[in-house]
Structures are given as C-alpha cells and as structure tokens.
Design a protein around this ligand. Structure first.
Ligand code: GLV
Length: 336
C-alpha cells in the first residue's frame, strides 16, 4: 500500500505531480490555512506531511500524528516547528533553503528602493488622479547609492542582499554570531560590527536573521531610537523580530524616516495605526513569491518525502540532522 501524505494547502501543480506516483495524498486544496482541528484530524494516519509556515508543528501535532515519520515544510523558516520535539519523537523535518535566496534578496531590495524612493506613494497619487505635474519638491526621497546598509543575520539571504548592495556602491555593516571569511567580506565591502553600531551607523537596517527566543523584539524601542533620523528599517524575515508597536511609534514620531515590511508580528493582522502611516511600505509576505521559486520550494519539499519515505535515504535539507528516525537505531548518515 502506498504511504499516506497530507498536503496542508494549495501548492504548485508541478510539485503535487512529483508526489502523485508514490503516495496516497490527502490534499487540503485551499488558499487559506487549514483549521487546526481539521489538520489534527487529517494527520491521524499520515506517514508524512507537507506543511506550510502557517501550521504549528508541535507536541500536540505529533500526538495527533503517531505514524508520521517526516514533516517537509514548504518554507526556509522553521520557527513554526518544534525541532527538539520532532527529534525526540524520531520525526525528520526538512525545509527549503537555497532555492529562495536570490528571490528574497531581490524582494528586500525592492522594499528598500520603494520606501527610499517613495514609489508606492507616487503610485497612489497617480491612481487618485492627483498628480499636479512635475514639481521639483514633490515626493522627495533619499538616495540609495553610496549609502550604508546594515544587515542583521549574514547567512545566505543577508549575503545575497550585500551582493546587490555592491552594485549600488554601498558599504555593508553586518551583525552575526559568526564572521564570514575575510575574502567574502572584501568582495562584499562588508564589515562585522556590534549590533549597536549597526543600528547607529546604517542608512538602511535590513533584518535577515531567524526568529527564536534570542531574536524576538531584537528591533525594539531603544534600538529604533538609536537609528539615524534619516534611516529606514526593512524586514522581510519574521515579524516578531521587530516590536511592531514600537515601530509604529518610531514612524509616527519621526525617530526614523521610513520602513518597509513583508512580515508582521501577528500575521495576517497588523499593529493598529500601521496601515494609516504614509512612511511605511507594506507587503503581504511575498519575499519568495516568484513562480519559479515557489515551484522550486514545492519540488524540494516533495523530493524530501520521496527520498525518505520511498527511497529510504536521507532527504536533502534535513533540519534535525541528529534525529534517529522512528524504528531505526542510528541517525541517517547525511552530508553537511
Ligand atoms: C518564508 O517566509 C519562508 O520561510 O520560506
């Protein structure tokens, strides 16, 4: 009998087609997150689950899915997954790094440029038929080229953002627990600094770190106050890294000039007052949303399920590399 895989939301057709020959599929084919109760009921007999970042994969989930041996999340972020709990229960967790790096970096730059150069405000003016004709003082933004960008979290996406910054003649300051190799720093015109220096000296502060207990509200009132009044905050990582209440205050009171956000503290809700502010660009969590990349993510997630449940080997992009799979006595041997 074919193993049962639960797919918790609409995914690209091409990725679903990769699963079809191998699995019995329970497909929640909707464009909304699956209700929790429904999810817990459906996973009862599942051997594997392809989920999204909207599903909490926690102890309650694992209790409801006693046969589940692998969870493949259609996301690079893992903050919705209790990884230690998965490992303890012998459940493999895979995610989708790599395929979305350049797409997310493009989007970060799109946010940066549209906030600095006031593109969204201009678009609103045109659509409202309020363009009075060329005016030397209308919608003045701020230059991007030659400025300093501060990158919090200098992993794949952070470095891809810095590569783009090189093209704009920008200097990069970065904060990360690990320094990168000196030759990478040189090629990216990047320098590792303490977090406080990054906030103080950057013209654009871009958030690219993971969300965990140590990064929740990393961008708080004190740090926003320490930024240049001419600076911008860009967040396309995870909402709770920024204290959204403090950000609304900062934007209202002019502690910083502007912000651009793709993610929110209580997604899909936003902090009261945020959507009324003219000096913030707001996107609905779109950083990886190109057709090619979403297909790439879906295919990676689907491939992990096939690699493990059908071929019995280690799946690519295993997040809990020390897991001992249910029913086996040793970890899978996976390459780094
Ligand atoms: C998107 O936010 C992701 O984690 O892939």
């Amino acid at each position: 009998m074919k193993p049962l895989v639960v797919v918790t939301r609409n995914i690209p057709r091409i990725s679903l087609d990769l699963l079809k020959p191998h699995f019995k599929i329970d497909y929640y084919e909707r464009d909304r997150a699956i209700p929790r109760k429904d999810l817990l009921k459906r996973v009862k007999n599942a051997d594997g689950v392809l989920c999204l970042l909207t599903e909490k994969i926690d102890a309650e989930f694992f209790d409801a899915a006693p046969k589940c041996r692998i969870v493949a999340t259609f996301s690079v972020g893992l903050d919705h997954v209790d990884l230690p709990e998965a490992t303890r229960r012998g459940v493999l967790v895979t995610h989708t790094p790599g395929v979305l790096t350049e797409t997310c970096a493009d989007f970060t730059f799109a946010l940066l440029l549209s906030s600095a150069r006031r593109i969204v405000e201009g678009d609103r003016m045109m659509r409202a038929d309020k363009y009075p004709g060329w005016d030397p003082l209308m919608l003045l933004g701020t230059d991007v080229f030659g400025k300093t960008i501060g990158v919090i979290g200098f992993g794949r996406i952070g470095q891809a953002v810095a590569r783009r910054a090189v093209g704009f003649g920008m200097k990069t300051l970065y904060a990360d627990v690990q320094p990168v190799f000196p030759e990478i720093e040189r090629s990216l015109n990047a320098r590792r600094v303490e977090m406080d220096e990054l906030f103080r000296d950057s013209d654009f502060v871009c958030v690219h770190t993971v969300l965990d207990a140590s990064t929740k509200h990393l961008v708080n009132e004190a740090r926003l106050k320490s930024m240049k009044r001419s600076a911008y905050l860009i967040n396309a990582a995870r909402g709770p890294i920024v204290d959204e209440k403090a950000l609304v205050k900062a934007l209202k009171q002019g502690w910083i000039r502007g912000a651009a956000l793709d993610v929110y503290e209580r997604e899909p809700k936003t902090e009261p007052g945020l959507t009324k502010l003219p000096n913030v660009v707001l996107a609905p969590h779109l950083a990886s949303a190109s057709l090619e990349t979403r297909e790439g993510m879906g295919n990676l997630a689907a491939a992990s399920l096939v690699e493990f449940l059908i071929l019995g080997g280690p799946p690519k992009n295993l997040a809990n590399k020390d897991v001992i799979p249910k029913g086996r006595s040793a970890t899978l041997s996976v390459g780094a």
